[in-house]
Design a protein around this ligand. Structure first.
Ligand SMILES: [Zn+2]
Ligand SMILES: [Zn+2]
Length: 191
């Protein structure tokens, strides 16, 4: 039976759930990249060094409380949309810039029961010596993402998203970090 996973910001004002979570509906990954970590340091949180992410589709995200606290920034003009709660500056999600891409990553540290996700099946940008990184399980991860996107585009469920308006614009105006803000966030990421 599919289950529901609850999540909340650090202060508990913004709350929600990931609905209908069956093993095919999500991928449990860990990302070591500087962008995922910068989303924390930009908001004044210590570098987490790696970020656990539940990858699923936007139609499975329900914000049940405190949705007016949801805002977003982009680390650069071409960056993903980084969604956070303004009540306590907690990074929550990232999404691509288009609703039809259907993908969303929820920071696993915001789940009430992160252990419910089971094993990590992909890991990206793992440090592997000076200036080098390696990946594990990315082919399968991307394959699952593409399969979900195709299915949701076919059945129209890509429209059911809390992150984009009916006309396809982000539900909140994105704030693009200045070069200085981006540099300041990166400075706090250890490498
Ligand atoms: Zn909060
Ligand atoms: Zn990342």
């Amino acid at each position: 039976m599919a289950e529901t996973l609850r999540f909340a910001c650090r202060c508990g004002t913004l709350r929600g759930e990931v609905t209908d979570v069956s093993p095919a509906a999500y991928t449990n990954i860990v990302c070591h990249c500087t962008d995922c970590r910068s989303a924390y340091t930009h908001l004044g949180i210590a570098d987490p060094e790696k970020v656990g992410i539940l990858q699923t589709t936007q139609d499975r995200i329900r914000i049940t409380q405190g949705g007016e606290k949801l805002r977003l920034f982009r680390l650069s003009a071409r960056g993903a949309l980084r969604w956070y709660a303004t009540c306590c500056d907690t990074p929550l999600f990232y999404t691509p810039t288009k609703a039809r891409a259907v993908h969303v990553g929820l920071n696993a540290d915001r789940l009430e029961h992160p252990d419910a996700l089971g094993p990590v099946t992909a890991e990206a940008f793992i440090p592997a010596g000076p200036g080098k990184t390696k990946n594990r399980g990315l082919g399968r991860m991307v394959g699952r993402m593409v399969t979900r996107m195709a299915a949701k585009n076919l059945n129209g469920e890509w429209r059911d998203t809390p992150f984009f308006d009916a006309d396809g614009a982000p539900a909140r105006p994105p704030q693009v970090l200045s070069r200085e803000e981006r540099a300041a966030a990166l400075m706090k990421v250890s490498r």
